[in-house]
Design a protein around this ligand. Structure first.
Ligand SMILES: Nc1ncnc2c1ncn2[C@@H]1O[C@H](COP(=O)(O)OP(=O)(O)OP(=O)(O)O)[C@@H](O)[C@H]1O
Ligand SMILES: [Mg+2]
Length: 1047
């Protein structure tokens, strides 16, 4: 019945509040799970019971919870308390009791409507929106037609309630363009029907003078798509007569007050209601509480919304006007006593029609016509509204929700046929109410297997039977009198009644009454003891009103009318139909029977309206009046029935869910059957056997105080539970966070370790592969290149090249070179050569001409002496210099003698005489063409290079050398023995200048030389400890050359 999702949602919010909103929004989904885990996910109607906790606020919201439920005083006191606080709604179970506040309350706002939308019945304070919403939801979820029965006496607020419910649906139901139109028409049908069907009475300034049952059709989406109205018995007599202080139907006054001048002129009307007989009978055409002008505007707009065009409106209003005109038709008797129309604006046809009648009959005929015209127009109007509300796509399935707003029980000073019908209708509704409420209650006890003691209540079936029974009922007797040939009158009807139902306990007349009560009854009256109280009816007019006849010629005339509405209202077939039409009472009875059928087929909800005082005043609570209504509405019985058994019932699951925290065995979860859980729970709570009963699916608690005690215990428990839940939740939340963080940390760690491990493993694998390839390559290293050794060879090559790159020889003298692997020997050699070339080339590029010369000389020296003469190595590191003697050290005469001959080299030497080997200091000068021996200023000997046949030196470390000279003439003195400290340098230069590189002889042992004229000298060379040059005994020159370490 209730939307579980909605309830859960609410519960969830309730818990959020309950927990002091301790959690963050982000935690909500988890929190919800947590809550639902802890408390069970099944729709806990928490707030339903939480409404109970508000019970101390103002009385009880549900009379069922009233401790002293049999006390009418307590009942009324509760009503009063709440009424004083403007709490006009109270439940009896699912029945809503409403007390008319007679003032505007701020409880019908849109926000308030939203509060009730989709919310479970008990979750919010009692309201007719709750009833409306509940019915609507049942309609949608169960697809069962619903009806809301609104009852109560005149002025109790039925019509207001109906309108408010319609407004609620208009605001809260789904909408669309088409639906909006329907909603508008549904809402706007009210002002139109109220203008034509409502009037000011003594009881109510806006009293509905017809019964109304309105069906609202909903489509599968729950949107209102159409409607239909059934109307019941309009109080037509009001058209022609009103009691003192009452008015005719609103429309007459609205038209006169609000109608535009033009319109009024066309209708021949004057603004002043006092001009019209039908409007002055009650002597109160103007009422302060009613703004006719405003209402007129509203009504006119409503007519357009419903679909009236201008000419239809005019047709309708001209009927209203004609009724007023009709009322003003006055008669006077002519000589024969026949009626004559005397009014100025005579209507000729009317005069003709009424002419055979007497004065009284003429007035009667006039009034009958006015009533008939108005009554039928009203029915036409309802039809017209129905057409505009009709759901066009009628083939589609719809569900309907009916709203019954029917006239309430009425007791006046003078009660007539109308009151009789109205009160009979109320009897029928009461009967329906009793049947349905009792039945459902009883069915519940039966289905739950609970022993049920029937409650004594007054069953008004006996009164219904008294009115409607065939042959014996009042209506039957009335009809019989109407149809009976002969002189039937109201009095004969009364006599007949007395005769037929005289023994009925609810029927009384003057004749049948005892002495005491007789005084309160007139002779023309009968009294019915209705369920709501005694009502005395005057039989006057009963027959006429029941016959509801119109003179045939009047009917005929109306059939000829050119007004299209009247034309539709008066059908010609009526004239030819011989069959007597049904009497008003029978028609009413039949339509009521149909209504009961309609209502029985639907699921009913009840709103019981009450009026707090007769003065229509706010804040006045008339206890006597209220007590009376409480009584006749059967509210105490209603409550007794509800409470006869048990004040409170709830499904085991729901009960357990709510209260399980109160018992350690059921908290936090009960694993067994809910039934057993509840049994354990109530035992723990100490329920006494008489306090409760266990049904098949529900627990029934007899006294509210038992439930309240349980509720109070829960309230206390909630506090500690809330703290506990908060703590648990916080712990849970923190722990969850901690675990998440821990998990994350572990995940990161393991991932990282995995990555490291994988990296290491890959590295190892690679290393193993490399080593393996290396070893294999090593094994195959001498094979031609093949897959097994290619890596190794490449590596070797690479590492050799890299090694080579790092260890290249620094200079040409550096002979180091890494050892190449066998496969690279050739390349290595090529590289080495290249490298050397490169170094040489670079070296050469850097070399200066002087140095080049030096090196060339050194190279020559090396060619000549290397490995051949002992003191050569000593000369290597010593640079050759250009000359050992500067020009200033040479005698100028010598220089002059040389003339232009450029001096290439000069060195001090020691000359050994050819004979005697005397050592003499000389200078040796070398020019381009000759070597010159100089003594001071004298050139001792000039040796042309062409004459120089060779040069001899020893292989030892001495500095002696011999220049061999070709002796062609005597000028030549022979070979020259010289000694130079720089022998290698001197000889190299000489060899180069003389181009005698190949002519230097290096001798072992001794050198022979010519002394001139064929004579020979010999120089012996021996090694010794130190240099010694001396003439030996054998005449040879002996040279002892020191042994050098290098050798
Ligand atoms: N809920 C309400 N809030 C404010 N005023 C209300 C409320 N209900 C009724 N009234 C007042 O009471 C008056 C009578 O109410 P309403 O016309 O609904 O009575 P009723 O039960 O339909 O009577 P009847 O049987 O005569 O038609 C309204 O015109 C309005 O002034
Ligand atoms: Mg009403």
């Amino acid at each position: 019945m209730f939307s579980t999702a909605a309830v859960d949602y609410l519960n969830f919010h309730a818990y959020l509040w309950f927990l002091g909103a301790a959690c963050k929004p982000s935690a909500i989904p988890n929190f919800l799970c947590f809550c639902l885990q802890g408390l069970g996910a099944n729709g806990i109607r928490l707030t339903m019971e939480s409404a109970l906790t508000a019970r101390d606020r103002v009385g009880v919201q549900d009379f069922v919870l009233l401790e002293n439920f049999t006390s009418e005083a307590a009942f009324i006191e509760n009503l009063r308390k709440r009424f004083k606080e403007n709490l006009i709604y109270t439940y009896i179970g699912s029945v809503l009791v409403s007390v008319n506040p007679y003032k505007e309350l701020e409880i019908y706002t849109k926000q308030n409507m939203e509060r009730y939308r989709g919310v479970s019945f008990y979750e919010v304070s009692p309201h007719l929106y709750a009833i409306a919403d509940n019915s609507y939801r049942s309609l949608r979820t169960e697809r069962k037609d619903q009806c809301i029965l609104i009852s109560g006496e005149s002025g109790a607020g039925k019509t207001e309630a109906t309108k408010k419910i319609l407004q609620y649906y208009a605001v809260t139901c789904p909408a669309s363009q088409q639906v909006e139109t329907v909603k508008d028409r549904l809402l706007q049908s009210n002002p139109v029907l109220e203008a034509f069907g409502n009037a000011k009475t003594l009881r109510n300034d806006n009293s509905s003078r017809f019964g109304k049952y309105m069906d609202v059709q909903f489509d599968y989406r729950g949107a209102p798509v159409g409607g239909h109205i059934l109307n019941y018995l309009l109080e037509k007599s009001r058209v022609v007569h009103q009691n003192h202080g009452e008015r005719n139907f609103h429309i007459f006054y609205q038209l006169l007050e609000g109608g535009e001048e033009d319109l009024l002129r066309r209708l021949g009307l004057e603004k002043n209601p006092q001009q019209y007989h039908y409007l002055v009978k009650g002597h109160c055409a103007r009422v302060s509480s009613i703004n006719d002008k405003n209402e007129w505007k509203i009504m006119r707009r409503a007519l357009s919304v419903i679909g009236f065009n201008d000419s239809e409106v005019e047709d309708l209003l001209s009927i209203v006007a004609s009724v007023l005109h009709l009322g003003n038709v006055q008669f006077a008797a002519d000589e024969q006593g026949n009626a004559q129309v005397t009014t100025e604006n005579q209507i000729k046809y009317l005069a003709r029609l009424v002419s055979p009648l007497n004065l009284e009959q003429a007035a009667y005929a006039r009034d009958a016509l006015a009533k008939a015209v108005y009554g039928r127009t009203f029915s036409w109007l309802v039809n017209k509204v129905n057409k505009s509300l009709a759901y066009k796509a009628s083939c589609r399935s719809t569900t309907v929700l009916g709203l019954l707003d029917i006239y309430g029980f009425e007791v006046f000073q003078h009660n007539s046929f109308e009151q009789f019908c109205i009160n009979y209708c109320n009897e029928k509704l009461q009967q329906l109410f009793i049947e349905l409420t009792l039945k459902s209650e009883q069915e519940e006890y039966e289905s739950e297997g609970i022993a049920w003691e029937p409650v004594q209540y007054f069953n008004n079936k006996i009164i219904c039977d008294l009115v409607e029974e065939k042959f014996k009922g009042i209506i039957s007797i009335l009809d019989e009198e109407c149809l009976r040939p002969g002189d039937a009158t109201d009095t004969t009807f009364l006599e007949k009644l007395e005769e037929t139902v005289k023994n009925h306990p609810h029927f009384l007349t003057h004749k049948l009454a005892d002495q005491k009560t007789r005084k309160s009854l007139g002779r023309e009256e009968f009294r019915l003891s209705h369920y709501a109280g005694d009502v005395t009816y005057s039989v006057a007019g009963f027959l006429d009103k029941n016959n509801d006849l119109l003179f045939r010629n009047l009917k005929e005339t109306m059939c000829n009318s050119e007004n299209p509405i009247i034309n539709q209202c008066f059908d010609r077939t009526e004239l030819t139909d011989k069959k007597r039409p049904e009497t008003a009472a029978t028609q009413f009875k039949n339509s009521l029977a149909k209504l009961m059928e309609i209502l029985m087929s639907k699921e009913p909800s009840y709103i019981r309206c009450m009026k707090p005082n007769d003065a229509k005043q706010a804040d006045r609570f008339d206890e006597v009046l209220i007590r009376h209504q409480v009584k006749y509405l059967g509210l105490m019985e209603n409550l007794r029935v509800r409470r006869a058994g048990f004040a409170y019932r709830r499904k085991y699951e729901v009960f357990l869910q709510r209260y399980k925290s109160l018992c350690p065995e059921t908290w936090p979860t009960w694993d067994g059957r809910p039934y057993d859980g509840v049994a354990v729970l109530v035992k723990h709570l100490g329920y006494k056997p008489e306090e409760y009963k266990m049904g098949r699916t529900k627990i029934f608690i007899r006294f509210p105080k038992t439930l309240f005690a349980t509720e109070d215990a829960l309230e206390v428990r909630k506090q500690s539970l809330a703290t506990k839940m908060q703590a648990t939740w916080r712990g849970f939340y923190r722990r969850k966070k901690f675990l998440t963080m821990k998990r994350s940390a572990i995940a990161i760690q393991s991932w990282w370790r995995g990555t490291l491990g994988r990296r290491k493993a890959a590295k190892r694998k690679w290393a193993v592969e490399t080593i393996r390839r290396f070893i294999k390559g090593f094994i195959y290293r001498n094979h031609p290149r093949c897959p097994e050794n290619e890596y190794f060879l490449d590596y070797i090559r690479f590492s050799f090249l890299m090694n080579l790159k790092r260890n290249l020889p620094k200079n040409v003298l550096d002979k180091s070179w890494p050892t190449p692997p066998p496969s690279l020997c050739e390349a290595s050699q090529l590289l080495r050569r290249l490298c050397m070339q490169n170094m040489v080339w670079t070296y050469c590029k850097r070399i200066s001409p002087e140095w080049k010369q030096q090196l060339e000389q050194k190279v020559i020296a090396s060619e000549i002496f290397k490995g051949k003469k002992d003191n050569y190595p000593q000369s290597v590191p010593r640079l050759f210099i250009n000359t050992r003697l500067g020009e200033e050290e040479i005698n100028t005469k010598v220089l002059q003698a040389l003339e232009n001959e450029a001096l290439k080299y000069a060195v001090p030497v020691v000359k050994y005489d050819r004979k005697g080997y005397k050592a003499r200091a000389r200078q040796l000068l070398l020019t381009q063409s000759s070597a010159i021996v100089v003594e001071e200023s004298k050139i001792k000997q000039r040796i042309d290079y062409s004459n120089l046949t060779g040069i001899s030196v020893s292989s030892l470390s001495d500095n002696l050398f011999v220049l061999h000279v070709h002796c062609v003439d005597n000028k030549q003195k022979g070979d020259v023995v010289l000694q130079s400290d720089h022998v290698i340098e001197t000889l190299t230069k000489a060899a180069i200048l003389a181009n005698k590189i190949n002519n230097i002889n290096i001798n072992q042992g001794s050198i022979k030389f010519t002394v001139g004229q064929g004579k020979e000298g010999i120089i012996d060379f021996i090694s010794g400890s130190e240099l010694l040059i001396a003439k030996a005994k054998n005449g040879h020159l002996t040279v002892v050359a020191p042994r050098l370490n290098s050798r």
